[in-house]
Design a binder for this molecule. Sequence first.
Ligand code: AHM
Ligand code: MG
Length: 335
Amino acid sequence: MSEHFSTDIKTLTRYILETQKHHPTASGDLTILMSAIQVGCKFVESCVRKASLVNLVGLAGNVNVQGEEQKKLDELSNDMFINALRASGKVKTMVSEEIDNVIICEGDGKYCVTFDPLDGSSNIDAGVNVGTIFGIFKHNKDSKTPEDDYKVPGSDIIIAGYCMYGSSCNLVIAIGEGQVDGFTLDPSLGEFILTHPSIRMPSRGKIYSANEGNSLYWDEATRKYIDSVKYPQTPGTKPYVARYIGSMVADVHRTLLYGGIFAYPSDTKSKDGKLRILYEGFPMAYICEQAGGKATTGLKRVLDLVPKDVHARCPIFLGSKEDVEDVEKTFAIYE
Ligand code: AHM
Ligand code: MG
């Protein structure tokens, strides 16, 4: 029997410990921080699985039959991440999509964390994939206010990741130096196991992913670019395939594995697009670049932006290097 099982599996905790060993000055703080994030992801995964069964969906503010107040899944996920990160003792401040102001932690944590605890939550009722996105920064000692902690470019990120709650639960993390690795939760062990080591994005893809329902409002450069993949002018070149789930984590995960382009551009209704810089744009752009891809607003590298406030948004095109370079070329002509 045992020959059918690997007994030398790499769990996320083992992976982080081994990574830390390569940095002799590492204090173990990041290991503790990542363990808090892991716990948050496992909690959300377990809630998402049970959501419709235990009637968690859509009941914020409602009272259940026991007379207890029930919380919606996004509120629960938010509370879980805040508590787990705070309890780690390693976080100075954090920013969550769900909370207006910067969250301040007691103690002398070295790190700042941004997260969207349950991205794509409008999809939950239909059982579509949702996810958690996070970015970890080193706290800047010169920063004077909690808001200042986040007036930094995305290139300051030290670890970024996302967890996708789908047909399986996948955690992808980028730890710098071009290393992006994917883990799958083994529900029987309750452990994330390394299943997708060293992810590299194809240099060109065949898939485009954008909400075309907004195309009436797109600017000329976006329209020209999307037309160029749908109606290629070079003889013998096939049009790109369209895929849009409407859940960033799932759309980016597919783009990371298969290549192509994911876009949430600006439009006349929302000039900065929809996605938030600190906990959607930056972490996904970082993961993408670390895997060999690129991310741009059309005019500027996403990781060079410095957000004006903690919930600021930016247009985003991310994906395979050559596809994103085509976007940049189109914007250079039409913007
Ligand atoms: P949310 O943070 O409120 O869930 O919104 C973000 C989500 C992303 O997951 C996704 O890429 C985008 O919104 C989809 O927006 P749209 O429905 O406008 O296409
Ligand atoms: Mg979101």
